[in-house]
Design a protein around this ligand. Sequence first.
Ligand code: ARG
Length: 465
Amino acid sequence: MLWGGAFSEPSDADLRALQDSISFDKRFYKQDIIGSIAYARAIAAAGILTDDEAATIVDGLRLVLKEFEGGTFELKDGDEDIHTAVERRLTELVGSVGGKLHTGRSRNDQVATDFRLWVLEAMAQVDALLADTQTAIIEKASEHVETLMPGYTHMQPAQPITAGHWLMSFFWMLSRDRDRLSDIAKRAAVSPLGSGALAGTPFDVDRSLLAQELGFHAFTQNSLDGVSDRDFVAEFLFALALVGTHLSRLAEDVIIYSNPLFGYITLNDRYSTGSSIMPQKRNADPMELARGKAGRLIGNLTGLLATLKGLPSSYDKDLQEDKEAVFDSVDNVVLLLPVVTAIIKTLHLNPDKLKAALGEDMLATDLADYLVRKGLPFRQAHHISGQAVRMAADQGTALSGLSLESYQELSDLFTADVMNVFDFGASVAKRKAAGGTAPEAVRQQIETAKNWLAQHQGVHSIQLK
Ligand code: ARG
């Protein structure tokens, strides 16, 4: 036990069950040990440890690390958290000199350091998985630069688009997610070590060197803030919640488009599931899980914010609640992303179904644009096109089924070339300004996306040695 000198009775078992965090913070073992190795060197430089003592402690810590990595580390009763467990084992291995390691340090600056290191590694992992998803999107979109499909607003048929354009929309969402991770990593890569419990360290520890040793790019400027700042946790949970939200929106499209009523998409057998009772079923379960998991990712974020909002200055035990939310969010995103990537890769788009779903009403805007090109203000053109839609409905025909005379009843600007409007491919091809759905613009968009991928820097990475 790391404390208890002033206590005359041991902790109650129920209290221990409530307060021990070892069951989950043992995931920090590597960060905790590497942090301690750097700290041992820093306090040796400050004259707290002799070089021999420092070497003994560092060797001992390396042994403890080996035990964890080899799966031979044995937890003991009294190992309250990972920090306690490591120090207990170190002292068993090297004797009482192990007890010098914690000089000037508190579990408050220690846990904040461990967690930042862990989060940075997790950010890099999520970032790499997002890059795979982006690559899959580019590949699939490249196959469908010319594939026509209905575009929707309000889930109502709106205008024809290309399937490549639809797919690429998700590329840009994920690019913002990755930018966000890089940005958050900058603030996470700041070392709180040397903040002590709350007031700083009385020893001559070189915090800058210590930060550098651990791969941080800076150290915290205020010890109270240093031990209690969990912005990096909230930001990471937000980033993950937004990743989940983006995947959930993709999932919703895929679920709808793979419904037989639409039939736009067929999911690969390996990535869809059947029903135990209804043999005909082909369910998009993994996509429904993507949609469902977005809920828990958002819950983890709001839970943490609620935990943080009322805390008084510096460390409070409430902060121990920060970890499981992050572990849960990271684990779920790491579970989900490879499946989403595989689904995108193996997705079969059915061009015939997509084309059959295009209705000429979706060219009503193009009809208005036709009149605009002949000099009519758009507002009037919109009205006349609407009248044509209504007239066609009344006559039980499509827009191209109305006679030229009928069009000319609505406006004398209509001439025989109005029939050229009713061509889905031509409609899409016109939208070739940058960012539009024309095959030409989508090819350009894909080039830009490839450059983005090639140039993206990724997150501030920390290699723990
Ligand atoms: N397990 C604790 C946590 O996760 C470590 C810090 C404990 N600090 C303390 N003053 N009791 O926050």
